[in-house]
Design a protein around this ligand. Structure first.
Ligand code: CP
Length: 357
């Protein structure tokens, strides 16, 4: 069965096809109004959401299907101690497809091993957020006409910002894409993104601590929120909280055709006066999320009917212990499983991808 756990579950050709479906939905929405008649989408959100959950629900309703689910773990039996594994086994009996958000990294992977229906990762802790990436790719496609040759600046909390991890994995597969990683040193992207994604792909990248020094180089500026809920202490969060604030002054040296993106929600990292700049595309980006999620639901349900299968993760079971306290394998009874990293000298947890020497 095919799921969407991270962007790399899709080939570039499949992403192109999904973007084409989304563009057709934008032009000919009525054509799709009964496409999912009789089908049910479960939205299991153990963590807060506005855009992802509601755009998934709007997407299914506009396709003629129905939705069921919950918007916080506290209103499900997770609050009584039920595991993700058991929850998914149960909900698979009630829905044709499941979109799940969970605070633990690897939760969607666990769900995919227990389900009878396609699983969509709607965000697993600080790890991945592939449907945001599909949203971002549709936005970049509509603004820039393609992906090759772009210089992408990613700014803010690159350590815990799951949207950034999935977007890097997606964009590094295109030609001549350059990454400018703008963050405080303590919020740099995780090691595995550098070694197993950026260096493995051969993409040009640099890490800097100021957005002003690189502003004139960028085709896309992707701002992110400092992810308060992922910090280990309030003191640590306060140290970084106002690290980057984009305002009109900082845009003075930016390209005339810069595209400013943000997965939202924003706290204060983009001043509201930037909203009137024609280069600001984050509200259009959120709308694109509904169209691409419609395309994703259609595609996964079609693959399910065709009995399409994905290549399974090659796994090693070796008494490995994941060192990430946010990994689901440290929270519910699961086999600790790793695979060899691209450098052949580290192990990567299959749930959250944390590397261990
Ligand atoms: N971009 C995003 O994931 O937003 P929500 O948390 O509101 O779903």
């Amino acid at each position: 069965m095919r799921h969407l756990l991270d962007t790399t579950d899709l080939t570039l050709g499949e992403i192109d096809e999904m973007i084409a479906i989304a563009c057709d939905i934008i032009s000919n929405g009525k054509k799709y109004s009964k496409a999912c008649e009789g089908k049910k989408l479960a939205t299991l959100f153990f963590e807060p959401s506005t855009r992802t959950r509601l755009s998934f629900e709007a997407a299914m309703l506009e396709l003629g299907g129905s939705v069921l689910g919950f918007s916080e773990g506290g209103s499900s039996s997770a609050s009584k101690g039920e595991s993700v594994s058991d929850t998914i086994r149960i909900v698979s009996n009630y829905a044709d497809i499941i979109a799940m958000r969970h605070p633990l990294e690897g939760a969607a992977y666990v769900a995919s091993r227990k389900t009878g229906v396609p699983i969509i990762n709607a965000g697993d802790g600080g790890h991945a957020h592939p449907t945001q990436t599909l949203t971002d790719l549709l936005t970049i496609y509509r603004e820039k006409g393609g992906f090759n040759g772009l210089t992408l600046g990613l700014c803010g909390d690159l350590k815990f910002g799951r949207t950034v991890h999935s977007l890097i994995k997606a964009m590094c597969r295109y030609e001549n894409v350059k990454f400018v990683l703008i963050s405080p040193k303590g919020l740099a992207v995780p090691d595995y993104i550098i070694t197993d994604v950026l260096e493995q792909s051969g993409c040009e990248y640099k890490e800097v601590t100021s957005m002003e020094e690189v502003m004139n180089e960028l085709d896309i500026l992707y701002m992110t929120r400092i992810q308060r809920e992922r910090f280990y202490s309030q003191e640590e969060y306060l140290r970084y909280k106002d690290a980057f604030i984009l305002d009109t002054e900082k845009l003075e040296n930016a390209k005339a055709d810069l595209t400013i993106m943000h997965p939202l929600p924003r706290v204060n990292e983009i001043a509201t006066d930037v909203d009137d700049d024609p280069r600001a595309k984050y509200f259009e980006q959120a709308l694109n999320g509904k169209y691409i999620r419609m395309a994703l639901i259609l595609t996964l349900l079609k693959w399910y009917e065709e009995k399409a299968v994905s290549t399974d993760y090659p796994v090693t079971i070796n008494g490995f212990q994941c060192t990430n306290p946010h990994c689901i394998s440290n929270h519910e009874p699961l086999e600790q499983v790793s695979k060899l990293g691209e450098d052949k000298s580290t192990l990567r947890c299959v749930y959250c991808e944390t590397r261990t020497k």
